[in-house]
Write a protein that binds this ligand. Sequence first.
Ligand SMILES: Nc1ncnc2c1ncn2[C@@H]1O[C@H](COP(=O)(O)OP(=O)(O)OP(=O)(O)O)[C@@H](O)[C@H]1O
Length: 800
Amino acid sequence: QDVDSDSVPKEKHAYQSDVARLRKIVINSLYSHRDVFLRELISNANDALEKLRLISLTDKRVWDGSEPLNISIKAVKNEDGPGGRVIISDTGIGMSPEELAANLGTLAKSGTTEFLQRAENSNGTNNGNLIGAFGLGFYSSFLVADRVYVASLPPKTAQNPDPVQHVFSSSADESAFEVYPDPRGNTLGRGTEITLVLKEDASEFLETKKLQELVNKHSGFSTTFPIYLFHQHEDEVPVEDEESPASDKSDPGPEKQTSSADDDDEAVIEEVSDEEKDTEEKEKKTKKVLVDEWMHINPLPPVWLRDSKDVTDEEYSLLYQATFRDFTPPLAWQHFAGDTGSGISFKAILFIPSRLDDKFWSEPLNVPTKDIRLLVKRVFITNDFGSDEPLPKWTSWIKVIIDADDLPLNVSRESLQQTKFLKQIKQIIVKRLIQLLTKIADEDLEKFKKIQQTYGPVIKLGAVESPANREKLAALARFHTTQRDSVSLDEYLENRKQGQKQIFYLADVGKPIDSLKKSVFVEKLHARGYEVLLLNEPLDEILFQNLKRWKKMSFQDVAKAGLKFDLDQQEEKEQQKELSEKYKPLITWLKERAQGVVRDVVISNRLVTSPCAIVADEHGYTANVEKLLNAANRKQQNLDFMHEFAKKQKLLEINPRSPLIEGLLRRVEQLPSEDEERDLESETELEEVATILIDGALVRSGFEVPDSNEFFSRVDRVLRRSLGVSETARADDTVKPAPPVDPELPSDDDSDFEALPMESQPTFGKGKPMIEIPDELKEHLSIEVEEVLDDEPVSRHDEL
Ligand SMILES: Nc1ncnc2c1ncn2[C@@H]1O[C@H](COP(=O)(O)OP(=O)(O)OP(=O)(O)O)[C@@H](O)[C@H]1O
């Protein structure tokens, strides 16, 4: 009987629409990578075997440990012409007919629809990466096969004591698939057999050599279960042995194949030549025969059990890609052996993927990792480390294979939770990751640059999140500065100036580094050669607040009071004192004007060209913190009070060297004293200048002005004054109201006008048609405008 025989009724099912879309994307965009089909199917077989073994821990009926668990691959060439089939079988958990339909006919994965949209929109250019991120699985069969049959038989269980082998059958271009009882009966014993009827141009996969090469390249790493490949070789055997054929007895091969020797497909020996010239002289007659053999093609121990000196970079990459189903090789890895401290020894490889999942920053802090694969003596146990004590968020993306020697094989996850083992493993992973990052930072600048691009903010998160590792992680953090692009805190210290006791920084989340460099707060420091760290990532400033000091140096926000630099020098101190004295009248006058905004007005020692700036007091909020807090939408009343208080803790610093400030001082000094006659108009004007100066300082320093309308009205008035325009004259503000909707006109939706992009839509003004013509075209263009009377039916473009 054939798997496709019509002797059984076949039930037709429609594919879920997403499946059809996914198949199309896979087939169209991965043609040049089509050998991945084998890796994907072997990975699925591996999963099925792991599942069976896990279930058997609690239900011995499913598998009692006696029959072998393995994967086998066989290529069968068509007898009557080109082409043929590749059959991949496993002795794993198998699928019931319902599971065949559900698992292979629908996509249950979350994010599928979004993935499909992205893949379709990217015109196939980037689909390799997208699919890599998503996983591609069973549908990769259609890269090489026109038709696929999946025969499957689940093990006997209490609920299903007499399972029946069923077949899932589908062609590459059909929108439906069939599920039916296997006409051959329960031939598998248990497990799944996938038969790929190869496309015409995929005959290369019929060659054993090609299949072996592919397994060696990709899939030797996808599984620790033995993979057997069927092949035939010529052998010379004595004629008298003909009766008892010489198959390789030392290698039993996949159990089910040897046990089903009566199957036509599984003929053990085939005679090809009996042309041997027997001679009377020869004592023994021999003849050439084709011997069938199942080769064990992944006999090497898994990579993590080998000595790291014997493993190539390519092998590590392939192991990573196969295990974690990632198309892109990892950025870095560490292979180590250890002991948990509670006497359990293990071998492990820790991988840093080359990209961070998009979801990383939006997921909560305590998301459990799914990519730490715990094995015991090569046997997969779990990748669920529980959510009670997940790894710290900053390491949650890590991918690890860990193989323990001494845990009992039937250890369950629950009993694992109770041992110290998991906790110790998590600590070891974090420690090793930090070691790996530090090693790269010390030894491989190029690679560390790449790490920074992807994991820079993650390292800072780690330093904030875990006090125990704060120092080590902060040492790995890199920052922009006024002088350099990527500087560690230690490198910053090496570049400090004589007598510098503070680490200077300026923080403004989201602001481009170039515009931070131009800030009023760094001008003098920069001019004097001091380096200032420029922080524009949300975690930067929080990190410094957590660190408090670095190698005994305190952090100084240059937008805050408390900035110290070579001011101990006597000369400068005295100069500052003198200036304060000189500017006293202006300071007193400005203090009154700036009451609602700042706590005090002082002479600046940080400004060079700017006339003034607003700095936060030591206890006040910088513009950056104020922005963060506003964004955090503070609701609690009692905190609001503190918030308002901290907001007012600002100082107005004035630059005594600025001509504007000098001019203002002169004007203030000229103000009439109390017993003199006052010039109210000029006083108001001066006050207005002061308010603009204060508001301008707020904006320049990154704060918001209390009332921007008021601010601009004032600027308007000053501008008018400087132009000699009347301050009270009003603009002509008569505006023609928009016409009501005319129900007789076509609706907006079907208008051609709407279809035009904004910039190409004609503009209209004052109720008259108006067309803007560029000056250079005016000579060459003449335009006639037809006037339309109000009561005439109008076409859409005249309506406005
Ligand atoms: N050889 C097999 N034995 C048992 N079940 C299988 C086998 N192959 C596939 N399946 C079932 O079909 C489902 C879908 O397989 P598919 O390869 O499309 O996706 P996946 O393995 O879940 O994910 P991905 O391959 O993308 O990581 C699997 O989750 C599994 O339940």
